[in-house]
Design a protein around this ligand. Structure first.
Ligand SMILES: *[C@@H]1O[C@H](CO)[C@@H](O)[C@H](O)[C@H]1NC(C)=O
Ligand SMILES: *[C@@H]1O[C@H](CO)[C@@H](O)[C@H](O)[C@H]1NC(C)=O
Ligand SMILES: *[C@@H]1O[C@H](CO)[C@@H](O)[C@H](O)[C@H]1NC(C)=O
Length: 443
């Protein structure tokens, strides 16, 4: 085990977000330009017909229009950092148009593959072992394309540093960064954030899963790799919290030393350190191990029921005013878990939030929850319910509402992903992104 830990530490030392590595040079940041040269030596592969470098690719603020009173670096993402970026043609994608759109592969990105995400208990033993091996690799492999932001003082841009991180930790960091309180006219507001408590919630998380899934496909060369989900409906305890699956825990909540993620540590566990985006790798030994306490929270003894999911799917409005945690008759707010799905009126902890609280520990704290791979399985199932809803009401981008939540307007970029995907773009059926879900227990 010592050998393994030393290896991890070394890897972290090598490391230095979702900022493209090639776009955090002093010159690129000064120019606010992220239009990398493709192998044909033209920006965004222009000479090869892949894409074009555009000014002000970042959409202007939607209905919110509160720009002057905010000065958060993430507002109108990624404007604060970049205002020239690549716009890719056809099936090309990625920050430099060197990659393909989700679901597309090949040199010319003209090969379409639709992968199937399955319930983790549907996987064969081999498939399950492959999943755990890929995650282990993603936790120790430096991201070739992205670095994360590390800073001593949020108010001073000149203290920013971009540092390396493992592929899994880049994913984790994206979620962490989106939940940092929003700086408004010099004071922090933690009543809202870019990924939660608003209409961006389902699409934001869909994009995160796609990002990690793709990174793992690229890392392993396995184009058919699909994330699994955990269908928690009707469970009384956590049936996948065993060492053959996501891991058992001891009385203190730490994962069993015989489990797959026993020695994983949370990057950015320093959420309470106001001044840092991330404690990051410098203090690897001080980072905390993953922990869980399924069923220990008296207010969240068990996950939602079959009926809760059915009721959630009965809510036909994607979201409703005021488009936050108080929205009633809102599919999004019931799915996210601020609203009783049965009556669509009572504000109480349900669905997505309930599962986080039920699992507790790392999963119970929103900003760091993405460090636990349980997050992937839980959010894949939330995404499956979202997908069911999209089909049931044959919904598309046009039902994404104008709203006042910062970063959650229909034409704003899901924050802090790069390249930009607008929030409304993420409200479309999953075949557009090259995946679908297996049918499991009738859903
Ligand atoms: C920065 O801008 C200058 C002048 O417009 C240009 O020549 C240079 O290529 C740009 N550099 C980058 C990295 O975009
Ligand atoms: C922003 O803060 C300054 C002083 O800190 C205050 O004078 C100003 O009115 C504030 N602006 C808004 C829009 O709240
Ligand atoms: C994009 O991919 C599809 C397959 O999904 C293919 O039929 C189409 O020709 C591709 N488009 C371009 C412009 O390459």
């Amino acid at each position: 085990m010592i050998v393994f830990c030393v290896f991890l530490v070394l890897c972290y030392d090598l490391v230095q977000a979702q900022f493209p590595r090639v776009c955090v040079t002093e010159e690129a940041l000064k120019n606010k330009s992220c239009c990398p040269l493709w192998t044909d030596l033209s920006p965004c592969g222009f000479s090869s017909g892949r894409g074009i470098c555009r000014d002000q690719i970042v959409p202007v603020l939607g209905a919110s229009g509160h720009l002057p009173q905010y000065n958060d670096d993430r507002l109108s993402w990624p404007k604060y950092y970049f205002n020239h970026a690549c716009e890719c043609h056809g099936n090309y994608s990625g920050y430099g148009c060197g990659d393909c759109k989700y679901g597309h592969f090949g040199e010319k990105c003209d090969r379409k593959i639709t992968i199937v995400r399955k319930e983790i208990r549907e996987l064969s033993l081999l498939e399950r072992k492959r999943f755990f091996s890929y995650l282990a690799l993603a936790k120790i492999t430096k991201s070739p394309d992205f670095v994360i932001l590390y800073t001593g003082d949020r108010h001073h841009k000149d203290t920013y540093r971009f540092v390396d991180a493992a592929i899994y930790d880049v994913f984790s960091w994206i979620h962490y960064y989106s939940t940092k309180p929003i700086l408004k006219n010099g004071t922090f507001d933690d009543s809202t954030n870019y990924a939660h408590q608003g209409p961006a919630f389902p699409g934001w998380h869909r994009l995160g899963l796609l990002f990690l899934e793709r990174q793992i496909q690229l890392m392993t060369g396995d184009e058919n790799f699909a994330l699994p989900y955990w269908d928690w409906r009707g469970e009384k305890k956590c049936s996948i919290c065993t060492n053959a699956f996501l891991g058992d825990n001891d009385v203190e909540g730490f994962l069993s030393q015989y489990s797959h993620f026993a020695f994983w540590k949370s990057i950015c566990s320093g959420y309470n350190y106001d001044d840092s985006y991330c404690l990051a790798a410098d203090d690897f030994n001080q980072l905390e191990r993953l922990h869980r306490k399924p069923g220990a929270n008296p207010h969240a003894r068990s996950p939602p029921t079959f009926q809760d999911v059915e009721d959630t799917l009965k809510l036909e409005h994607f979201d409703r005013p005021p488009y936050n945690r108080k929205a009633q008759n809102s599919f999004r707010n019931a799915l996210e878990g601020f609203l009783n799905p049965k009556d669509g009126i009572t504000l109480q902890t349900t669905m997505h939030n309930l599962v986080h609280n039920f699992l507790g520990g790392t999963m119970g704290e929103v900003p760091i929850s993405s460090n636990d791979p349980m997050f992937l399985l839980h959010h894949c199932f939330i995404d499956k319910i979202y997908e069911k809803w999209l089909h049931k009401y044959n919904a598309s981008s046009d039902v994404y509402p104008e709203n006042d939540q910062p970063g959650q307007g229909p034409n704003e970029c899901a924050t802090p992903y790069f390249p930009c995907y607008t929030n409304k773009q993420l409200l479309q059926k999953s075949d557009a992104f090259g995946y679908k879900y297996s049918i499991y227990q009738g859903l």
